[in-house]
Design a protein around this ligand. Structure first.
Ligand SMILES: [Zn+2]
Length: 75
């Protein structure tokens, strides 16, 4: 049996690994986190679970990164 190629992605919000199809791609565009619904947006994309918790965590993470603050969100 030949297995099809599965793209594994990591949620940058919680670190969970899963198939690409389980995640949504988010792209940072002009300082805002936008969902890349058809995968065509350019820019730095990150993957997130399909829930608000991870998306919000990502937004927070980005904020910290921009301010060069140590990742205090890791507890
Ligand atoms: Zn997640």
């Amino acid at each position: 049996m030949k297995r099809g190629y599965i793209s594994i992605r990591t949620c940058k919000g919680c670190g969970r690994k899963a198939e690409k199809s389980e995640f949504i791609r988010l792209v940072w565009c002009e300082g805002a986190l936008q969902e890349d619904l058809d995968g065509r947006m350019s820019g730095r994309g990150v993957y997130s679970c399909r829930n608000e918790k991870c998306k919000k965590r990502l937004a927070k993470k980005k904020k910290n990164a921009e301010a060069s603050i140590s990742p205090s969100w890791i507890t």
